[in-house]
Design a protein. Sequence first.
Length: 85
Amino acid sequence: FLGYLVRIVTNALNKYPVLRAGVHRQILFTTVGVFIGYHLTKYENYRYAKKDRELFDYIRRHPEILPQKDAKTMAEVYEKFYPVR
């Protein structure tokens, strides 16, 4: 989508007809934008997965630093509900 907008803005700045001039370039810029966006998202997911793996491994190896908390039920977490009528 960003590639399409770049081409439209380029047409507007060069004083060409905005939507009709260079339709082949609009399609090209759109496909390039989708390709780059796909791979950037894939790389971002990889980085976050790697970071999560390292953090979970650290937590697993050092339980004395991060002790387990007691499990609470949802009734203990929320306040009692009193409907207003």
